[in-house]
Design a protein around this ligand. Structure first.
Ligand SMILES: [Zn+2]
Length: 264
């Protein structure tokens, strides 16, 4: 079963208004960076300003704040030559869950100009083992190529396997899909929401790298909304279609039909 934290996170993705509240409070205090500030300070600020009214909303805001304030900027950069470009890899740790993430950075992305960005969630089977059941590995490669062609950009690699349900649960979901469920139904049969991914940490990684304006490589409308909710300015959404094949055509059709993914 999903944890309370996951409830918060899945809620968070669509709850831009709460984050906007936090940001407004931060701006009122001259703290535009509040959403990457410490959790206790944010909670105290919310209590002081009586934004928290019922216990339900208290939980919700606490969830938002916990998720929004959990960045731990451990940045370990090292050059990682890849193909024609020399990217840097920066490492981060999620202070709430201990999860480790990386960003592949090419060029000067902190100059204020919109940067080409791919927010990629880990898929061990697709990314590393070249499974054809999904399009993740192909999208990852296409995004890195697009960034290399542009000469500038970031691929944030978030360790949230299987749309956030974890590797073994993803394999369980595959078994349910082999028995006839689609990708959304399989997650739901396992007791999860269709998509538990959280982009708050990814947004904070971008902030740490100096990126606030982005040209986002994605087919996923909720990723755009989520990043906007975290204060990112998405100046353009760039479709990313790669690796469609007969093994993943039903999966991709389900993402379009049930999760609203764009077909363009
Ligand atoms: Zn995948």
């Amino acid at each position: 079963m999903q944890s309370l934290a996951s409830d918060y996170l899945s809620h968070l993705v669509f709850d831009a208004s709460q984050l906007a509240t936090i940001q407004r409070l931060g701006e009122a205090r001259g703290r535009q960076d509040l959403f990457v500030a410490q959790i206790p300070e944010q909670l105290e600020l919310l209590r002081q300003t009586a934004v928290v009214e019922s216990s339900e909303s208290s939980n919700r805001i606490e969830g938002v704040v916990a998720a929004a304030g959990r960045v731990e900027a451990i940045v370990l950069k090292s050059a990682t030559p890849r193909d024609r470009s020399e990217q840097e890899i920066a490492g981060y740790r999620d202070a709430l869950h201990g999860t480790e993430h990386v960003a592949m950075v090419l060029g000067d992305v902190a100059d204020g100009e919109p940067a080409l960005v791919r927010m990629h969630s880990e898929c061990l089977t697709g990314d590393a083992l070249h499974s054809l059941r999904c399009d993740c590995g192909f999208q990852r490669d296409a995004a890195l190529k697009a960034i290399a062609d542009a000469g500038r950009g970031v691929l944030v690699y978030l360790r949230q396997e299987g749309r956030g349900i974890g590797l073994l649960n993803k394999l369980r979901a595959y078994a349910l899909q082999d028995a006839g469920a689609d990708t959304v139904e399989a997650n739901e049969q396992l007791g999860f929401a269709a998509d538990l991914r959280d982009y708050g940490v990814g947004a904070q990684i971008l902030v740490d790298l100096g990126v606030k304006r982005l040209r986002l490589l994605t087919n996923n409308p909720r990723k755009v909304v989520a990043l906007q909710g975290f204060g990112m300015e998405v100046v353009e959404r760039i479709p990313l279609h790669a690796g469609e094949n007969r093994y993943n055509e039903t999966y991709l059709a389900t993402k379009r039909a049930k999760l609203g993914h764009f077909e363009d």
